[in-house]
Each structure stands twice: as structure tokens, then as C-alpha cells.
Design a binder for this molecule. Sequence first.
Ligand code: ZN
Ligand code: ZN
Length: 276
Amino acid sequence: MIMNLHTHSHHSPDAQSDTVAQRLAYANSIGLRFLAITDHCEVNRMESAAFYGAEESEMCIYQNRKIAEASITETYAAKSIPSVCRLLCGVELGQIPQNPEGARAIYQDPRLDLAIGSVHELPDLPDFYFLDYSQYEIPVLITAYFEEVLKVAASDAYDILGHLTYGLRYLPDGNAYDITPHIPIIRDIFRTVIRNGKAIELNGSRLKNNPPTTEPDLRLLKLYREMGGKLLTVSTDAHQNEHVGLHLEQLEQLARDAGFSELTYFIRHQPFQTPL
Ligand SMILES: [Zn+2]
Ligand SMILES: [Zn+2]
């Protein structure tokens, strides 16, 4: 197993298990070669709830600057632990277009190897996980999602575009949703990522679902490759040790099926290729 460049440690509010050292020990035990810790930093909530005149809730976790700082500090320190698996210091920046300057400040932290740019929420809405889908015109909602992802793709505060199609993850019967009408904007997203020298990830979090799928799926991964996309990472978005190696070999095979012969890792935001 080559890499898992998207994992959450106990610093992420939705993970709360496994220190970085425990995660690295587990990665070594399964023979992983590259591991990134990428805890959440929702940049639209960097400060305290009081700062925004809001209240903390399960749906809205604040103080994301503190979460990122604690995670980056622990991960950077863990780089001195003797390890065959190479530990990369990362962060998952959510909602970059809602606070580009805050995102860039984190991105420029000299300890960071990589940043994933993700869209978990649309402006003034909670995470897609919490939406009541009966309240929305689904194609309108998904169009807004891809428009937000395009803004992330055009930003300068990420290295890897996170889990493309996350906006469909919690749709009732999301796997049946036809994305064909969204292909033009998805092409715009890929064109922007490629032009800016960034990567996308093949995220296997939804391989645990029934029916299983990936973000993006094989159709979109092939489209990215056909358009000239060369920079690709593989990840499971693990929130616990047991999910670090889960389906990784399947993801690597999917990448080969889409035409990739190399995967990408980042050191201090510089991409490096490794044979697949
Ligand atoms: Zn995410
Ligand atoms: Zn994640």
C-alpha cells in the first residue's frame, strides 16, 4: 500500500480517537509508505463562537484555528519518531472561498507539507451531512456545490482538491443521482486544477457504503486523466486506525484502471511522483 494522504486524528471533532503517534505506528504495522494527518480546519469558523455572535453546536464547531494549530504541532513533532512510513504534515481546509485570507495564513505555515481543499458546507448552510434534503431542489443544491468547488480549485490555498462529489454523499439514494448535467462545470474544475499544478484525491470513504462508490467515481477519474490530469493522491478519509488501510489496494487498482501509472505526494507543497 503506497499512501493514505487524508486521515483525521483525535484533534478532529468528528474523530476523537488515535494520537498522531498511534496513527503512525498503525501505518507502519500495515506497511504503508506515506501517511498524511489532515485534521479539519473549517476556515469559515476559525475564531470563537462569540467572535461571530453565534453559538457552538454539534453542527457548528468553532475555534478551528486552535484545532489546526494543535494538530500541526503534534504532527510536526511526530516527524522525529523513527518510522519506515513517511509522515506528512497536512490539514483539511474547509470552505476556502468563505475566508481566503484565513485559509492562506494556515497554508503558509512552514511546518505544512500539504493542504486538502474541501467543500463541506455552502454559505449560510450547515454541513451537507446535516441537511434535510426534502427542503431543497436537489439539482440546484448540487449546482451550488460544484460552483463552490470551482472557487476552491481557483484558489491558492490548497494542494489537493478534496473528495469531489462530497455534495452527493448524504443525498437520499445519492448513487442514483445523474451528474451528467454537471459535467461542464466538472470539466471547468479539472481544467483549473490542472492549470494551477494542483492534485485531486481519489477518496475511498464511501467504499464502506452500500452500494459502494468513490469520490470522485471512476467515470470522473477517467475524465480527469483524459483532460491531462497527472497529479493524483489516494486516501480513505480515515477517522480511526481501522480505516487507514481499508480499501487502499482497491483504490490503487481504480487509479490504474483510470490510466494512472504514478501517484503524488507533497513535501512542503511541492509535488513528487511515485510509481503506482
Ligand atoms: Zn472532508
Ligand atoms: Zn476529511
